[in-house]
Design a protein around this ligand. Structure first.
Ligand SMILES: Nc1nc2c(c(=O)[nH]1)N[C@H]1C(S)=C(S)[C@@H](COP(=O)(O)OP(=O)(O)OC[C@H]3O[C@@H](n4cnc5c(N)ncnc54)[C@H](O)[C@@H]3O)O[C@H]1N2
Ligand code: MOO
Length: 409
């Protein structure tokens, strides 16, 4: 049986960068991948500006000893109309353009003013003022024509703010990977129904669809596919145009585990079946060549047990979606953490055990978990703790590797 590392390498060998793009308004671009280089149409700041509320002064007055005559008050949105000379000062607000002849700006807190008739005078309490103090030069953070965002960038709030700063109403972005979700099994009923004896609700479609969305994909949930070879084949064929298909169930050794045979019949080429991990061992992976310039449709036969499906998604599907979206296929972030309780590991398979990670203390608590069908215990999990294969007692304070599950905010 291949290892997790070998399986991931094979998955990534077959995952290709998607190329189809669409234009979106920047208001709707959060989480999208930028498909163009973005160039600034302005200098930022657009003028030499003050970074404090205060007074602009001339280089002849940098000693701070002279009393200066205030000649103008520049509030936000105004531009100075008079140049500075020795003995003159202009009141200026944060962000306002400085008058020509300005050598430095002194913060208002380091000044006092005095009226003499119609005239207003400024005294400075600060001495030996540094030339250029409190001034940011035009174009210091970006210049007209600079490439400010590169193709392939994930658009977060920060990048969208920058798009607004360079005047973009819309941008070209990558179309999210289309991911079909096919739940299989005669025992599965829609989650909106009360399951009769022997049946179980379909929780995997909701779980997987939301994992896909969290990973930047566009899920399409299909109806439950019964354990019937022809129906299964048809459901697979209908979805081969997608960028990926996630089947759930029917990949282990049961009499109704029809998925591998149906995939072969649909022309999906098997790359591997079974990976040395727990939970998730029966994972099936293959690809379908779509016969055009698009990368192949990746097909994952996920084990039916919800936690097995979740673990396989995080270890293999997430990195594949990252690669499709031009990102580094890093998968989940990894940390080292110390165990808060002893953990007994049994079995040859390396395990990914649901756990609660505390980033403040760097500690990890493996949860009391009843196995791959027990999704309920994972409501307290924010991580998977990794234990290599082999029977071993892991003592308190021993360091282990943990994979951090994504938070939705
Ligand atoms: N003889 C063997 N039996 C099993 C093996 C094995 O190697 N040899 N592997 C076990 C492991 S490990 C797992 S994991 C499961 C996975 O089996 P399948 O992928 O074939 O999944 P099913 O048998 O169809 O279902 C397993 C389990 O999950 C429930 N399920 C299925 N679909 C859904 C759904 N959409 N929503 C919620 N729950 C679902 C299903 O009812 C079963 O309880 O096989 C072991 N057996
Ligand atoms: O992986 Mo099964 O993956 O042990 O439940």
């Amino acid at each position: 049986m291949i290892s997790v590392e070998q399986a991931l390498e094979l998955v990534l060998q077959h995952a290709g960068k998607l190329q189809r793009c669409r234009q979106v308004n920047i208001e709707a671009a959060l989480g999208c991948i930028l498909a163009e280089d973005v160039v600034s149409d302005v200098d930022s700041p657009p003028h030499d500006k003050s970074i404090v509320d205060g007074y602009a002064i001339h280089e002849g007055d940098l000693s701070g000893e002279n009393q200066l005559q205030i000649i103008e008050h520049i509030v936000a949105g105004l531009v100075p109309s008079r140049s500075l000379e020795k003995g003159l000062a202009t009141q200026i607000m944060t962000g306002a353009p400085i008058p020509t002849g300005t050598a430095a700006v002194v913060m208002v807190e380091k000044t006092s003013t005095q009226n003499k008739g119609d005239l207003e005078f400024l005294s400075l309490t600060e001495r030996s003022i540094r030339p250029g103090q409190n001034i940011v030069r035009r174009g210091q953070s970006m210049k007209l024509g600079d490439v400010v965002l590169r193709q392939g960038t994930l658009l977060r709030a920060i990048e969208i703010g920058l798009l607004a700063e360079v005047g973009r109403e819309s941008v070209w972005t990558l179309i999210d990977p289309a991911v079909a979700i096919l739940p299989t099994g005669d025992e599965i009923v829609p989650h909106t129904e009360k399951p009769p004896p022997g049946k179980i609700r379909n929780s995997n479609s909701s779980l997987l669809a939301n994992l896909v969305m969290q990973a930047g994909g566009q899920p399409a949930e299909s109806d439950i596919v019964p354990d019937h070879a022809e129906t299964l084949l048809q459901a697979i064929e209908e979805n081969l145009d997608c960028d990926a298909i996630l089947l759930s169930g029917g990949v282990s050794a049961g009499v109704h585990d029809l998925v591998p045979a149906a995939l072969a019949k649909a022309g999906v080429k098997q790359v591997f079946h079974h990976v040395n991990l727990k939970p998730g061992k029966p994972l099936w992976f293959g690809f379908f060549d779509r016969g055009d310039d698009r990368p192949p449709c990746l097909v994952f036969g996920l084990p039916g047990n919800p936690v097995s499906g979740l673990v396989c998604f995080e270890l293999f599907v997430r990195p594949a979606l990252q690669k499709m979206r031009w990102m580094k296929p890093r998968g989940l972030p990894i940390q080292r953490a110390t165990l808060t309780v002893e953990h007994k590991h049994r079995g040859d398979r390396p395990s990914y055990w649901p756990a609660e990670y505390d980033s403040d203390s760097g500690q990890i608590l493996p949860l009391s978990w009843q196995g791959s069908g027990d999704l309920r215990s994972l409501t307290g999990a924010n991580a998977l703790a990794y234990f290599p294969g082999g029977d071993r007692v892991w003592p308190v304070d021993e360091e282990v590797t943990v994979y951090l599950l994504p938070a939705s905010s």
